[in-house]
Write a protein that binds this ligand. Structure first.
Ligand code: SF4
Ligand code: SF4
Length: 89
């Protein structure tokens, strides 16, 4: 099964508060910008010299937090019942 097909199985109950806490103060110094290619759902995009972050499709995997060389990303957990629900059908 392709990644896109697997992602289609997931369901999202989006919370109004962003659970990705990102301090962008070091992003211009960050040469590789690993958050923009490690995220499986492309939540981070570098555009016009700034980081654009969307959180609605976040899988809460934590990969972006691990790879940020400046430790500027915190992936919080949405409240119970909110966020992603994985289905393995
Ligand atoms: S990895 Fe961290 S420092 Fe680099 S662009 Fe992403 S948020 Fe900014
Ligand atoms: S936690 Fe995972 S899915 Fe969510 S923004 Fe970070 S890398 Fe992307």
């Amino acid at each position: 099964m392709k990644l896109e097909e697997r992602l289609f199985l997931d369901r999202f109950n989006v919370h109004e508060d962003n659970h990705l806490i990102v301090d962008t103060s070091k992003c211009t110094e960050c040469s590789l910008k690993p958050c923009t290619f490690v995220c499986p759902v492309d939540d981070y995009n570098w555009d016009g010299g700034k980081l654009i972050i969307s959180y609605e499709g976040c899988l809460e995997c934590g990969a972006c937090e691990v790879v940020c060389p400046f430790d500027k990303i915190k992936v919080m957990s949405p409240p119970a019942g909110k966020g992603v629900s994985f289905r393995f059908g």
